[in-house]
Design a protein around this ligand. Structure first.
Ligand SMILES: C[S@@+](CC[C@H](N)C(=O)[O-])C[C@H]1O[C@@H](n2cnc3c(N)ncnc32)[C@H](O)[C@@H]1O
Length: 314
């Protein structure tokens, strides 16, 4: 059973990008196509929507959307770092490039894909089912130090060391094959009072493993520069993130584009000659309203940031 994905910060994203008839837009994380549909309606029959996603379910949804919208459409099934590189190398130039990071409701609700600690399913968590690395491999083959580091860095898990030790001890007897087997191991490692504080005890571990399986942070680091290159002068880049590890990367990238002179402050005149190649469209990240969170709890941790490209740097 796959649920409908409610697009997060949709009104805010449209307001920020302000798509116009005839424009070219690139949706780097098509998912259920919620944002893409709104963009398609704005760019109209003379516009072009290019969608990227690594999940075949998204490709199916895209086929449905194509039949319903007036603009020209194209789907690239790839990770977005690769898809954007392809567009850049082809010479495609867009008025808007945007990404809505993380997983879709369709992925979480397709229980057998193992994204959720709420259902028992094989340990998988691959957004692209054709890739080799899965959660099963991470949990059953990474050594204790790697696991502890992963849980600490990507999950900000306080009991990372204890959990890593419990995982390794358990799998020495028998491999950890399912999400619920992993949840039981986590519960055995986390002190009982802590299991009832700060959300589900498996939340942080599952997030960390999913980030590693899908190389999510590497994708952001590689994808943002390509996205910027794909933009025309005057084009806009926007990203919706769901945790601080992503948001920090997006913020750092956009702020660097908007930075001008980098000379030491004590130099009387500018020697670097650097002028900003972009301007921030969001000084602070835009967060969802309480109304949106009440309607769609998934939106709770969302942050939207964006910038406009002012000039090409050759
Ligand atoms: C949060 S959902 C996007 C939802 C979409 N904006 C909507 O309104 O329906 C994220 C989607 O991006 C895809 N995705 C995440 N990271 C990706 C990456 N690095 N490359 C390609 N697709 C990615 C996932 O497979 C998922 O379908």
């Amino acid at each position: 059973m796959t649920g409908i994905h409610i697009p997060v910060l949709a009104g805010e994203l449209i307001e920020l990008l302000d798509p116009q008839p005839g424009q070219v837009a690139v949706d780097c994380t098509f998912g259920g196509g919620g944002h893409a549909r709104l963009i398609a309606d704005r760019i109209g029959s003379s516009g072009t929507l290019i969608a990227i996603d690594r999940d075949p379910i998204a490709e199916q949804r895209f086929a449905e959307l194509t039949a319903e919208v007036a603009c020209a459409t194209r789907f690239i099934r790839a990770d977005f770092a690769q898809g954007l590189e392809l567009l850049r190398d082809e010479g495609t130039r867009a008025d808007a490039v945007y990404m809505d990071l993380g997983m879709s409701s369709m992925q979480v609700d397709t229980w057998e894909r193992g994204f959720s600690y709420a259902y028992d399913a094989p340990l998988d968590m691959r957004m692209d089912p054709d890739q080799e690395l899965s959660a099963h491999e991470v949990v059953n083959t990474w050594d204790e130090r790697q696991l502890a580091r992963l849980l600490k860095e990507y999950g900000e898990e306080r009991y990372a060391g204890k959990i890593a030790r419990a995982i390794v001890r358990t799998r020495q007897q028998t491999p950890i094959a399912t999400t619920q087997e992993l949840v039981e191991v986590l519960k055995s490692a986390i002190p009982t009072p802590a299991q009832f504080a700060g959300g589900h005890p498996a939340k942080r571990t599952f997030q960390a493993i999913r980030i590693a399986v899908n190389a999510e942070l590497e994708q952001v680091d590689e994808g943002l520069p390509c996205a910027w290159e794909v933009l025309k002068e005057g084009g806009k880049l926007a990203a919706i993130t769901f945790h601080s590890l992503e948001d920090r990367r997006v913020k750092r990238f956009l702020v660097a584009r908007a930075q001008g002179c980098i000379c030491p402050p004590d130099l009387p005149v500018c020697a670097c000659g650097r002028t900003p190649e972009g301007e921030l469209l969001t000084r602070r990240a835009i967060a969802p309203t309480p109304g949106e969170i009440a309607h769609n709890p998934r939106a709770k941790s969302a942050h939207l940031r964006g910038a406009r490209k002012l000039k090409e740097i050759s």
